[in-house]
Design a protein around this ligand. Structure first.
Ligand code: C2O
Ligand code: CU
Ligand code: CU
Length: 528
């Protein structure tokens, strides 16, 4: 196990001395658990400045769109650790790191609002996780120091200030965090121009090309923000030009609330090689795959059978999310400017066009074994027969988990777990009647500080879940119940579990749980 103590040290505000992008920590240094009142400095392999600030991007012709955007620069370490998404995109740069790397990220919040960055899917110490209690004010700073301990995979970063996460992410604040490792290198997957990050989001724009957030008032808070335009990497009508060969597509559903039922328009199955927490043990073919907000997919896309001139579409097929009936068909919550109707969750959509433009010969084969891993079963958990149960509901304008809304630092007695252990957790999306105040809606549940496997679903209404592999976010449609085998990280402290429908999280469908480390005398939890 990687131990953060091995690489952090207390130091003055001097220059960084050790920089080596490939190094795995070998030196032992003592450190004090950093708080933001002491200035700690990492002996880091990678040092990055990230700034969040208002900006303008040319999304459409005509007026530029006002956005909030992350920008970054590498201060020390491999300069290719950051890839800008371009001036036309509001997305933050892609951060690339290697497993084992020690990273220091200096966050400068130049938004006119409180904010904090969360590293979605990464196991980091509790005070490095971007918990809302750590949000810094406009003009404030926060320094992150952590070692990348997760497997190669598609992770991401976004703000997490309580009550404002949906607004800030919608405004443009999100980016990918790609981790690589030795195993990934050995797999020799398509890379460079053949490895394509695809962040799928929906947005509503007014006639001046400006973002419209929650135009439908209370109802759109309940469903979450559903935009009427689909953007990929911040670009509407996204087109990918490809050669007749294999591509690796790394998909993130970065939407606030919309789920997608992804499929190729020509009926070719999707070949899935990875999910939230990295590679599956072996590739999986599915005719369509649900991707809820926050979830990721690593896709092997083989265009070698295509010919130049072919056009394919990545689409989202229609599905029923349980809300449409109540919404009175397709006409409620219409867009503010009357441009288009607000598209309900489950509406059939085009996500992007793929145009085959070049002939290339390639003899790449899909690896049959991606990663090797020992099996883990319910009997390896602390509670094989007595799952911890969580009921999800919306009531009045509050999101509830077991009847409780988010409290900034509170943890209930049944929200305490032990570091490094595994438990069965069960989430239930209550199928309550749609009265005036209650409502059935999908809930994509997400855990910080832990990864999980999906053991079983019941009450299932859809056939296109991809429930293999290690996950950190899982979609529950109304009436569904899901059993997870959760493996908690080694870092003690307060971590969140919440609905990744960002409007639901902001409405309180979020709680803390506490990871305790009983075997350690020094790591007892303290609220900082
Ligand atoms: Cu991606 Cu707590 O969030
Ligand atoms: Cu997260
Ligand atoms: Cu929800």
């Amino acid at each position: 196990m990687i131990n953060r103590r091995k690489f952090l040290k207390l130091a003055g505000s001097g220059a960084i001395t050790l920089i080596s992008s490939a190094a795995i920590p070998s030196q032992t240094k003592s450190f004090a658990l950093s708080t933001q009142t002491t200035h700690t400095q990492v002996e880091a392999d990678l040092i990055i400045n990230i700034r969040s600030q208002p900006g303008q991007v040319p999304i459409f012709s005509g007026p530029k769109t006002n956005v909030w955007k992350y920008s970054a620069e590498v201060l020390a370490g491999d300069p290719s650790s950051i890839t800008d998404m371009g001036d036309e995109s509001y997305l933050g740069p892609i951060i690339r790191a290697k497993k084992g790397q020690r990273i220091r990220i200096q966050f400068q919040n130049d938004l006119p609002a409180r904010s904090i960055i969360h590293w979605h899917g990464l196991h980091v110490p509790a005070d490095m996780d971007g918990h809302p209690r750590l949000a810094v004010p406009a003009g404030g700073q926060y320094t992150y120091e952590f070692q990348v301990q997760d497997r190669a995979g598609t992770y991401w970063y976004h703000p997490h200030p309580h009550g404002r996460t949906g607004y800030q992410v919608y405004g443009g604040m999100a980016g990918l965090f790609l981790v690589s490792d030795k195993r990934e290198e050995d797999l020799n997957l398509p890379s460079g121009n053949y490895e394509v990050p695809l962040v799928i989001q929906d947005r509503t724009f007014d006639s001046d090309n400006q973002l419209v957030y929650l135009p439908g008032g209370m109802m759109s808070r309940m469903t979450g923000m559903m935009g009427d335009s689909i953007l990929v990497n911040g670009i509407p009508d996204f087109r990918l030009d490809v050669s007749t060969r294999v591509y690796r597509l790394r998909l993130l559903n970065g939407s606030n609330a919309r789920a997608y039922k992804l499929a190729w328009s020509d009926g070719t199955p999707l070949t899935i090689i990875g999910t939230d927490g990295g590679f599956l043990s072996r590739p999986l073919k599915k005719s369509s795959v649900m991707l809820g907000p926050g979830e990721r997919l690593d896709v092997w896309a083989d265009f070698s059978k295509n010919v130049v001139g072919d056009i394919l579409h990545l689409v989202s097929q229609s599905f029923t999310d349980g809300v449409s009936g109540m919404m009175g068909g397709r006409h409620m919550g219409r867009g503010m400017m009357g441009r288009k109707q607000n598209l309900l969750n489950g509406t059939k959509l085009n996500i992007m066009n793929v145009r085959v433009i070049k002939k290339e010969n390639e003899s790449r084969k899909l690896p049959q074994q991606l990663v090797q891993e020992g099996s883990i079963t319910p009997n390896d958990t602390l509670n094989p027969d007595t799952p911890r149960k969580f009921e999800l509901s919306m009531f009045h304008m509050h999101g509830l988990i077991n009847g409780k809304s988010f409290e900034m630092t509170a943890v209930a007695d049944d929200e305490i777990v032990e570091a490094g252990t595994s438990e069965i957790w069960e989430f239930k999306n209550t199928n309550q009647r749609m009265g005036m105040m209650g409502m059935q809606v999908p809930h994509p549940m997400h855990l910080h500080g832990a990864h999980f496997r999906i053991l079983e679903r019941s009450g299932v209404s859809l056939d296109s879940y991809m429930d293999e592999g290690w996950k950190d976010t899982v979609l529950l449609m109304p009436g569904e119940r899901i059993r997870l085998l959760v493996r908690f990280g080694q870092h003690p402290g307060l971590f969140l579990y919440h609905c990744h429908n960002l409007e639901h999280g902001d409405a309180g469908m979020m709680r803390n749980y506490l990871i305790e480390n009983k075997s350690s005398t020094t790591n007892r939890f303290q609220v900082t």
